[in-house]
Design a binder for this molecule. Sequence first.
Ligand code: 5AD
Ligand code: SF4
Length: 441
Amino acid sequence: MNAKKIYLRSFGCQMNDYDSARLIDLMGTHGYERTNEPNEADLIVVITCSIREKAQEKTFSDLGRIREIKKERPHVRVAVGGCVASQEGRRVVSRAPWVDVVFGPQTLHRLPQLLAERERTGRAQVDISFPEIEKFDHLPAPCAQGPTAFVSVMEGCSKYCSYCVVPYTRGTEISRPLMDVLVECAQLASQGVKEITLLGQNVNAYQGKGPDAKPVDFALLLEYVHDIPGIERIRYTTSHPKEFSDRLIEAYAKLPKLANHVHLPVQSGSDRVLAAMKRGYTHDWYLERIAKLRAVRPDISIATDFIVGFPGETEEDFNETMRLIEEVGFDASFSFVYSKRPGTPAASYADDTPQDVKLARLQHLQAVVDAKAAEISKSMLGRIERCLVFGPARKGGGMLSARTDNNRVVNFPADAACIGQMVNIRITDVFPHTLGGELVA
Ligand code: 5AD
Ligand code: SF4
């Protein structure tokens, strides 16, 4: 029998990337083979993002292109998942009637049944319900793709920040049981995975069921993952400053496999704006968490997220954000101009800052963070870095590429046998976007 072909496109965050990978594994067990060519697909899946308006609009322009494919090849089935699907549900089909199936982040494991139902009834199928965490019980064991892998530990968010759609699209916080997470990590380690990134909208809110049915917190989860043979580096994303507990900070002292890098979204440095965002902490409180973390890991690299131009953000508020940037010395930031999301509380807040002022603030902020990142890169010259070799360098020439703890790519000459290994590399060159180095025995 000829395998059917699935073409999948994923937008947005790493949760979507994770869901996409698991969906490919699942559809593999239903006779689908992945293709990178939409024109030869029998099934086209789009995993969507609605965190900002631009991302949401991308979904519909993408669906427009898929319509053309379906005109040529009417047997093609089109399935839409992710956060736009979750938020819009049946409206996706009203706006794009050539869509066959709409599924949510918690129902992706039902795609095969939904497709079968579509064939049986001849009608589009929509299932965006939130059946607790059942999806994980219906997904096959993960298939490693190289030496790094993602493992979801919790889903959803119960923080309800005033600007954010996530609690509505992905539901409230729910943790996977400890054993499920550990088994998945161990399966990946046995396939040669060296670096695990624990995933969740708020990983440090983790409260999974432990061996004696008592909940286990994120710090303890890290200790268990740390003990899995073969795992050499642990990352996680994303965490919330409010739950960046003393116990989690102590884990940095105890667990050497924890990467010397953390992504801790702050969003703003103004207490007034933080309150309006309902973030639940202040400028000084964030600084205090960072100071405590640096007391145990003095050279840790810190990345963050900013929303610029939140409704009512004044020049003084923005200056408070710039002051925080100076104080922390962030190594990277994912920053965006505020985007109004329907159904969120902030959508009704008065917003009189002109868009060009917001854009100018964003550009200024990004320039300052980039300058700091360049400074940090320069300071790495001559240092020995623990790196995970992920493949041949793009430029070829017998060079390999590896990633440092602080997420920089280092190109260095070495035998291909190093691929997939953790190695020590001395940094010998600093370029604008990469580093150069040499292996240290
Ligand atoms: N507008 C702009 N950025 C947003 N984010 C979340 N919601 C919005 C919004 N409405 C950003 C936050 C978050 C990241 C994933 O996306 O910075 O940390
Ligand atoms: Fe959205 Fe806030 Fe939850 Fe992050 S913590 S997902 S910004 S509601």
